[in-house]
Design a protein around this ligand. Sequence first.
Ligand code: DX5
Ligand code: ZN
Length: 215
Amino acid sequence: MKLVSPSLLSADFGNLQRDIEMLNDSECDWLHVDVMDGVFVPNISFGQPVVKFIKRHATKPLDVHLMIVDPDRYVADFKAAGADILTVHYEACRHLDRTLHAIHDAGMKGGVVLNPHTAVCLLEDIIQECDLVLLMSVNPGFGGQKFIENTYNKVRQLKELCNRKNPQCLIEVDGGVNTSNAPLLYEAGADVLVAGNAVFKSENPQNTIREIKMR
Ligand code: DX5
Ligand code: ZN
């Protein structure tokens, strides 16, 4: 699969509705929504009220990436705000199996996110519960960072694990994705690419989305 999930973190928050409508009219598949708490990551982004606003205007599924400690406390809130897909960090969950069940019970697709330093083999006993796995290709917290090359190896390792234990599981990559590394990531086995700066800082965001998908 070749899906694109543009990250609204790089959108113009003063013109958020305009940017969401631009994505509605583009070939993107999901909208990536980065929630940061200033504790799990050094940055604070936005919370449920903004997600609710995004939902009101978006015509595509919301792919909500929680960069917060103890995400269990907010599963119901993000469902109510309109999340369709909820991903939580391996490093932020004490009882990941329970968290994924809570996400599924709430009626959302659920997935685990790995920081660049977290090994893919740690998913061996949780992959069966994942609709998707998100591999961070930068240290989370900010848009516009440089892509970490080791991500290709991780995508290949994860693809092998999915083939063995959960072939339905999607592989998503987030951080520093652009039109040059996108084809290599899809080739390595990625299904969904998140792109913030590459899309929103380009002259023509809709063309860039198409290029990421096609190349
Ligand atoms: C980083 C966020 C990303 C970020 C990606 O912590 O999880 O989703 O917005 O932005 P780019 O594509 O600019 O690296
Ligand atoms: Zn993200």
